[in-house]
Write a protein that binds this ligand. Structure first.
Ligand SMILES: O=C[C@H](O)[C@H](O)COP(=O)(O)O
Ligand SMILES: C=C(OP(=O)(O)O)C(=O)O
Length: 470
């Protein structure tokens, strides 16, 4: 095991490791000016909040809670509006309600929100046919790097965008904090979290309405018993994103004045992507120094040795709540690949959070030319993930989903049985296809059902309450 590390590596050290998926800028001086400006900005999140989330994840790792992590594939600057954020929070709160009530587990809520602006890409360039001519331009790498529009000017990497990420994240966090603590997340308003959804009654909408009625009855009972707890009126909500751009993440890595320890202050939870998780790589090097809880994506080629090596490097002390493995192996591979990885990690005695990302292993291009995912594949991967954990006796700790609060048409299937022909109707993602509101809620009901049936004998707080001696 490595000794704990309390310093921050230099940017020169990180750059010398030749990190993958980093933008190159034409004007090095302009980049340095942007980074100097970022370095003087206040932190976006605070060390105490980060510690609270890590403690929450430690409870999840012990089987005492469930993680719900979701949001856009790629946030956009244009998407920083009150309406957009409200719809995203509403769908996440509604999903969390379904999970908490139907499965009776406490749910830790983390958004792919307030920082998810940079994307790793499979190819450096994109080619389109325009007026009969093939045009090739740099790929869009997220609003943090360049513009979505298919023009040479938009696709130029612009360091000023790093400051725009900071500002967009700051505005988003500010409104999120106001929403969740200012009455929006109050349990008395559960009826409004999905009001349009309920108006357009359908399978999941009707189930949601029935659940809301039960919750309201339960609340009335609790209040009549004299229980009116603060937790019924606000929720804890945390931010997360892939810590992809080392220039940006490094500028926001700060020493906490209380503990003198380094924290990534760009978001509460940071994850390392499937494409940048080499043991000696710059991403692992930077993140092994910070105190934040860390996610590690594991794709279909991941081995137990990979997972153990990363856990040892990033968490030499075995800090509770530090490591979350986010598996994204694909519906066709999960049942074959996951068992060895889970068993290997378990044999080391580590307590980690096991999360399923049923999106990234199930992407394909539709016959109509859209990048899409089938809701049936998403459900199949989640089922495969539950099957493996149920068989091994490990706790299925959470889901990580690309979703939106809007009624987009990006993934096929679900209650409305979206077909490939429907994708053109509202295909709005800046990168990968997201579940829409209906599909997200439908997934929450499916997960709740699996959780409830797998819960027997578990040690979550609800079961502890009923097991206590009279
Ligand atoms: O979200 C993950 C990746 O950034 C995305 O899947 C890459 O997509 P690409 O294969 O089109 O580059
Ligand atoms: C890029 C992502 O995932 P992965 O690293 O698993 O491909 C993502 O979650 O945005």
């Amino acid at each position: 095991m490595l000794a704990p590390v309390y310093d921050i590596p230099s940017l020169a050290d990180l750059r010398a490791r030749q990190p993958k998926q980093q933008p190159r800028y034409e004007d090095a001086a302009e980049l340095e000016r942007a980074l100097a400006a970022l370095s003087s900005r206040p932190p976006l999140v605070f060390a105490g909040e980060v510690d609270d989330l890590r403690d929450g994840l430690a409870r999840v790792a012990r089987g005492e809670g469930f993680l719900l992590q979701g949001g856009d594939c790629a946030e956009t600057f244009a998407g920083v509006t009150a309406a957009n954020l409200k719809n995203k929070l509403r769908v996440l709160l509604a999903m969390s309600l379904v999970l908490t009530y139907a499965a009776q587990v406490p749910v830790l809520k983390v958004g792919r929100i307030a920082g998810q602006y940079a994307k790793p890409r499979s190819k450096d360039t994109e080619t389109r046919v325009i007026d009969g001519q093939e045009v090739t331009l740099p790929s869009f790498r997220g609003d943090a790097v360049n513009g979505f529009e298919f023009t040479a000017e938009a696709r130029r990497n612009d360091p000023q965008r790093l400051l725009d990420v900071y500002n967009a994240s700051s505005a988003t966090l500010n409104l999120t904090r106001a929403f969740v603590s200012g009455g929006f997340a109050d349990l008395r308003t559960v009826n409004t979290w999905n009001s349009d959804f309920v108006r357009n009654a359908n399978g999941a909408g009707e189930r949601y309405q029935a659940l809301v009625e039960e919750i309201e009855a339960a609340l009335a009972f609790m209040v009549a018993c004299g229980i009116d707890d603060e937790q019924m009126h606000t929720v804890d909500f945390y931010s997360s994103h892939e810590a992809l751009l080392l220039d940006y993440e490094h500028a926001l890595t700060r020493i906490d004045s209380r503990s003198q320890l380094p924290y990534g202050t760009s978001g509460h939870f940071l994850w390392i992507g499937e494409r940048t998780r080499e043991l000696d790589g710059a991403h692992v090097e930077l993140l092994r120094h910070v105190q934040n809880p860390l996610g590690i994506k594991l794709g279909p080629t991941a081995t137990a040795e990979d997972a153990i090596g990363l856990a040892d490097r990033l968490d030499p002390d075995g800090t509770p709540g530090r490591i979350t493995f986010i598996t994204r192996m694909g519906a066709g591979r999960i049942r074959d690949v996951l068992p060895d990885v889970v068993e290997g990690v378990r044999a080391t005695g580590r307590e980690v959070v096991w999360v399923t990302d049923p999106m990234h292993g199930n992407t394909y291009t539709s016959s109509t030319g859209y990048k899409t995912r089938s809701f049936a594949d998403v459900v199949d991967e989640v089922n495969g993930w539950f099957d493996v954990h149920d068989r091994l006796g490990t706790w299925p700790g959470g889901i990580h989903v690309e979703l939106t609060g809007e009624d987009v048409t990006e993934c096929v299937g679900g209650t409305h049985d979206l077909a490939e022909a429907d994708l053109a109707h509202r295909y709005e993602t800046a990168c990968d296809p997201r579940l829409n509101r209906n599909q997200s809620l439908e997934l929450a009901f499916m997960v709740a059902e699996r959780l409830r049936t797998g819960l027997q004998g578990r040690n979550n707080p609800v079961q502890q309450f009923f097991a206590r001696e009279l």
